[in-house]
Design a protein around this ligand. Structure first.
Ligand code: TYD
Ligand code: MG
Length: 454
C-alpha cells in the first residue's frame, strides 16, 4: 500500500526534504523550501522483485535508423536543434521573460504548419486573441496552426489524442501548466515536473515533438523547471539583453545533435529575423581607431564568429578598484590580470578594469584570452590596435600562448570580413595558409605586450 506523506520541495532545484529548513541542503538557496503535500512518496513494497516482468535484452551491435526529423524551416533554429525537431522528443526553450520565446515559437509553428504538418500551439499565458494579434503583426495569420489557451494537462492531452497526433506541439509555458495527478499548487516544482512528465510521455507515445517554454530567473537558472532540464532531450536557451537587437539561441543539452551551437536572430518590428552572417552584425558598430578594441576570431559550435572585445583600463580613485565584465567570465579576467602582472610587469592593482563583449554575445571559449589581453593592454597603453588584425589564442598561467582548435576556420572567416592579419599562437602556425590572412605568431603574453607597446 502506498503511503503519502508531507514533503518539502526546493523551488529552485527540486530537491525533496522531509522537514523544513531555512536553506536547501542540496543547492544552498535560502528560503526556497515549500510544503507540497502528497507528492506520492511510496513506501517500499514487502517483496520488491515479485511483480517484475521479464524484458527482452538485445545486443549492442545491430542496426538502427537515424531519428526522423521535422524541419522548422528557420535555418538558425534548425542549426541549433541539429537539423530539425526530432519526432517524439521533448525540447525545453528557456529565456528571460520578454526576450522573444513566444515570438520565435509562433514563427516556427507557422513555418512548420505552412510546410503541411500538423501543429498545435497551446498558450497558458496569453488569451487566444493575444496570440492571434501577435501572429497578425508577424504576417502569419494564414498559417494553419491549431490554437488553444489552456493550462490543464489532462484536457490538452485528451484533445490532441482525439484526432491524428500533431507533428509539433508547443506549450507556452510549462510554468503555467498543471495536472490532476499532483496535489500541489500550479507553478510549484512538483506541478511543473508532473506536467512535463505527462507531456513527455505523450511525445514518446505519439511521435509528436513537444516544445516546452520555460522562464528563467535573473541568475540564469530556469526557475523551478530546472528539474525539467534532466527530463527533456534538448535544452535551448534564448539569450540577449533588452538593450540589443540581437538574440542568441544556444543549445546547452542535445541528445540528438551538437551542443554549443548557436543561432543568431535580430528582433525587428516584424518579429525575429535570421542572421546567417553574425560576424558582420557584431562588428557593425566598431570604431577600430579607439584604444581598447580588439577583434576576436571565435568559434561558436561549428561556425566561426568574429566579435569585438572592448576594454577600458583607467587609474582608480577607489581603494578597491572596480572590475566589471559583460559577456565574458569574471574569473578568467582575474586570471589574465594576474598573468599580466606576474609575467609582463603590468601592475593593474590600482586601475579600474572594464571589459565588454560588443553585441550582447557571451563568450566561453578559452581562445578569447589573447583578444581580451590585447584589448586590455591597448587601453592601458592608449595605443589603438591595427584595425585590420584579429586575435585568438589561449593564455596559460605561465604566460605562454597556447594553440587552439579550428585555426583555419577562424582565419577564413577573418579573411571573408576583410581582415588582413591574425595574431595567433605559434602552435597554430601550421594553419597559416588558410584564407589569405597573414599570421603573426606569439608564444608568450609578454611578446604580445611588447608588440602593442612598440
Ligand atoms: P515575447 O515573444 O512575448 O517574449 P517571451 O515569450 O520570451 O516573454 O516577446 C516580447 C518582446 O518582443 C516585446 O518586448 C516586444 C518584442 N517584439 C518585437 O520587437 N517585435 C515583434 O514583432 C514582436 C512580436 C515582439
Ligand atoms: Mg511568452
Amino acid at each position: 500500500m502506498a503511503r503519502r506523506s508531507a514533503q518539502f520541495v526546493c523551488q529552485s532545484c527540486g530537491a525533496i526534504s522531509t522537514k523544513w529548513t531555512g536553506r536547501c541542503e542540496a543547492c544552498g538557496t535560502w528560503n526556497s523550501l515549500v510544503e507540497e503535500g502528497g507528492g506520492g512518496v511510496l513506501a517500499a513494497p514487502a517483496r520488491p522483485f515479485a511483480k517484475g516482468r521479464v524484458i527482452e535484452l538485445v545486443a549492442l551491435a545491430g542496426t538502427s535508423e537515424d531519428a526522423p526529423r521535422t524541419l522548422a524551416g528557420i535555418g538558425e533554429l534548425d542549426r541549433v536543434t541539429g537539423g530539425g525537431f526530432v519526432r517524439g522528443s521533448a525540447i525545453l526553450i528557456g529565456g528571460d521573460p520578454g526576450i522573444g520565446k513566444s515570438t520565435l515559437l509562433i514563427q516556427a509553428a507557422a513555418a512548420v504548419a505552412q510546410a503541411g504538418r500538423r501543429v498545435v500551439y497551446v498558450s497558458g499565458e496569453e488569451a487566444v486573441g493575444q496570440v492571434r494579434l501577435r501572429a497578425a503583426r508577424l504576417g502569419l495569420s494564414d498559417a494553419p496552426v491549431a490554437l488553444a489557451a489552456e493550462t490543464r494537462i489532462e484536457d490538452i492531452v485528451a484533445t490532441v489524442s482525439a484526432g491524428a497526433p500533431p507533428d509539433l506541439m508547443i506549450i507556452d509555458s510549462i510554468q503555467t501548466m498543471w495536472t490532476d495527478q499532483v496535489e500541489s499548487t500550479p507553478g510549484t516544482v512538483t506541478q511543473i515536473r508532473g506536467a512535463a512528465q505527462a507531456l513527455i510521455r505523450f511525445a514518446k507515445r505519439m511521435g509528436t515533438t513537444v516544445v516546452l517554454v520555460g522562464h528563467v530567473t535573473k541568475d540564469g537558472q530556469i526557475a523551478g523547471p530546472r528539474v525539467v532540464e534532466h527530463m527533456v532531450d534538448a535544452v535551448l536557451y534564448f539569450e540577449g539583453d533588452g538593450a540589443h537587437r540581437f538574440r542568441i539561441l544556444r543549445a546547452v543539452k542535445n541528445r540528438f545533435g551538437p551542443t554549443d551551437e548557436i543561432g543568431v536572430f535580430e528582433m525587428s518590428g516584424k518579429g525575429l529575423i535570421e542572421v546567417p552572417n553574425p560576424s558582420a552584425l557584431f562588428l557593425g558598430d566598431r570604431d577600430s581607431r579607439t584604444p581598447g578594441s580588439a577583434v576576436f576570431a571565435g568559434i561558436e559550435g561549428t561556425r566561426p564568429v568574429l566579435v569585438e572585445f572592448q576594454a577600458l583600463v583607467a587609474p582608480s580613485p577607489l581603494g578597491t578598484p572596480r572590475r566589471a565584465v559583460v559577456g565574458w567570465d569574471a574569473s578568467r579576467l582575474s586570471m589574465l590580470l594576474a598573468v599580466l602582472d606576474a609575467h609582463c610587469g603590468l601592475k593593474l592593482g590600482g586601475h579600474d578594469v572594464y571589459l565588454n563583449v560588443a553585441g550582447g554575445l557571451r563568450i566561453i571559449e578559452p581562445a578569447a584570452d589573447l583578444a581580451a589581453a590585447a584589448a586590455l593592454v591597448s587601453s592601458l597603453a592608449q595605443a589603438p590596435l591595427p584595425p585590420e588584425a584579429v586575435f585568438f589564442g589561449e593564455v596559460s598561467l605561465s604566460g605562454a600562448v597556447r594553440a587552439v582548435p579550428h585555426g583555419a576556420a577562424r582565419l577564413r572567416e577573418a579573411h571573408k570580413l576583410g581582415f588582413a592579419e591574425a595574431v595567433a599562437p605559434v602552435g597554430n602556425q601550421a594553419e597559416a595558409g588558410a584564407g589569405g590572412v597573414s599570421l603573426v605568431c606569439v608564444d608568450t603574453l609578454a611578446g604580445l605586450v611588447a608588440r602593442i607597446a612598440a
